[in-house]
Ligand binder design. Structure first.
Ligand SMILES: [Zn+2]
Length: 324
C-alpha cells in the first residue's frame, strides 16, 4: 500500500502533465468504483451516469491531496477523489511522444534516435500498484476500471482487488459531508500542525504511540514504514503509552514526522515492495531506512540486534537499546 510520500510523488508527477487538459470522454468498465467507497458498495446507475455527465467537457485545474486521497479539481468547483488503497494504479499516457524523457533505466541515450528506433510512442506517468510492469505493456488491460480520454492523453485507473475508489462530487463540501475525510488528522505540512496541537492530541489518548500515529486521526502520513522510522529517530519505543511521553519526546517525534516525511517525498518515497513512482523509477528512500524491514539486523547506532514484534497489529521493528 502506498504511503503518503508515494502518493505525493504521484500527485507532483501528474500535476506536471494534466493541468489544463479537457476531459473529452470517460469509459467506466467497473461501475462499483465510481458508485461508492467501502467494501460493501453496490453499483449505483445514477452515480455512474452523473459521473460521466458532470465531468465530460470539464477541464482539470489541478490535483491536490488530503491524506492519501488525490483531489482532482475541475472547473466549476467539481472534483474527483481518487484513492488507490491496496492495489490501485494511475497511468497517464500522453498523446505526444517525448523520447528524451524516457527513463534512464533503459540503459542507453535515446535522445538522438527516432521514435521507431526507440520503440516507444508515448510517455507514461504512473503511480501505485505495479499492475503494468513495463513501459510497453498494453493498456487497457483486464484490471483497467476507468478510462479518461483527455485532450492531451489518456488517464487509466487500474485496480486488481477494487478496494480503491474514484468518486465525483459537486464540490469539496459535498465530499466532506459524504464523510470521506472524517477522522483524518492534519497533514504534517499543514500550518495548523503545530507542536501545541500535536501535544494536545497525544495527551487525549491512552493508546500506544504506534497505534496513535497509524490511525491518522491527529496527523496523517505515518503508515507502517514511517511510524517505525519516526520512533527510532526520536529514540522512543513504539509501544510507549502516549500519556507517558515526556515533553522532549513529543518535541522530537513532532520534528521527526516533518523531516522524515519531507525527505521521503524528496526521494520519491520508499517503494519497499511493489510501489512504482510517477517517472517509472522506484523510490529510493528505502535506502535511508534505519529500522523498517530490518528486524534481526544490527542497529546502525549501537550495533545491537533490532527487535521485530507485532505492535498495533503491524510488524514493528525497533532498537530496545536506543529507544526508551
Ligand atoms: Zn540501537
Amino acid at each position: 500500500m502506498p504511503e503518503l510520500p508515494e502518493v505525493e510523488s504521484l500527485r507532483l508527477g501528474l500535476n506536471k502533465k494534466i493541468i489544463g487538459s479537457k476531459i473529452l470522454n470517460v469509459k467506466i468498465i467497473k461501475p462499483k468504483l465510481v458508485s461508492s467507497n467501502g467494501t460493501l458498495r453496490k453499483v449505483n446507475k445514477k452515480k455512474e451516469e452523473e459521473f460521466k455527465k458532470e465531468i465530460i467537457g470539464e477541464r482539470i485545474k489541478q490535483i491536490k491531496r488530503v491524506a492519501k486521497n488525490l483531489i482532482i479539481e475541475l472547473n466549476n468547483e467539481k472534483i474527483l477523489i481518487v484513492h488507490l488503497k491496496m492495489t490501485g494504479q494511475l497511468v497517464f499516457e500522453s498523446k505526444r511522444t517525448h523520447p528524451k524523457s524516457f527513463p534512464k533505466y533503459l540503459g542507453k541515450d535515446t535522445s538522438e534516435q527516432s521514435e521507431e528506433e526507440v520503440g516507444f510512442k508515448k510517455e507514461r506517468i504512473i503511480g501505485g500498484h505495479p499492475i503494468i510492469k513495463s513501459f510497453t505493456d498494453d493498456l487497457p488491460n483486464k484490471h483497467t476500471a476507468i478510462i479518461f480520454n483527455l485532450s492531451n492523453g489518456t488517464l487509466f485507473y487500474n485496480d486488481v482487488r477494487m478496494f480503491g475508489y474514484v468518486l465525483y462530487f459537486k464540490n469539496i463540501l459535498e465530499a466532506k459531508n459524504h464523510g470521506l475525510f472524517k477522522n483524518i488528522g492534519l497533514d504534517p505540512f499543514d500550518k495548523n500542525f503545530t507542536l501545541k496541537y500535536f501535544k494536545e492530541g497525544l495527551g487525549k489518548t491512552n493508546r500506544n504511540l504506534k497505534a496513535t500515529l497509524l490511525d491518522q486521526k491527529i496527523v496523517t502520513g505515518c503508515g507502517n514504514i514511517y511510524t517505525d522510522e519516526v520512533c527510532f529517530a526520536s529514540k522512543v519505543l513504539p509501544k510507549r503509552n502516549c500519556k507517558s511521553l515526556k515533553e522532549k519526546d513529543i518535541e522530537n517525534i513532532y520534528k521527526n514526522i516533518k523531516t522524515i516525511l519531507k525527505s521521503a517525498i524528496k526521494h520519491g518515497g520508499s517503494s519497499v515492495s511493489d510501489y512504482l513512482l510517477a517517472d517509472w523509477s522506484r523510490g529510493n528512500y528505502a535506502r535511508e531506512h534505519k529500522v523498517y524491514g530490518k528486524g534481526g539486523e544490527k542497529c546502525s547506532v549501537c550495533k545491537n540486534i533490532l527487535e521485530r514484534k507485532i505492535i498495533a497489529g503491524r510488524a514493528t521493528v525497533y532498537c530496545k537499546h536506543c529507544q526508551k
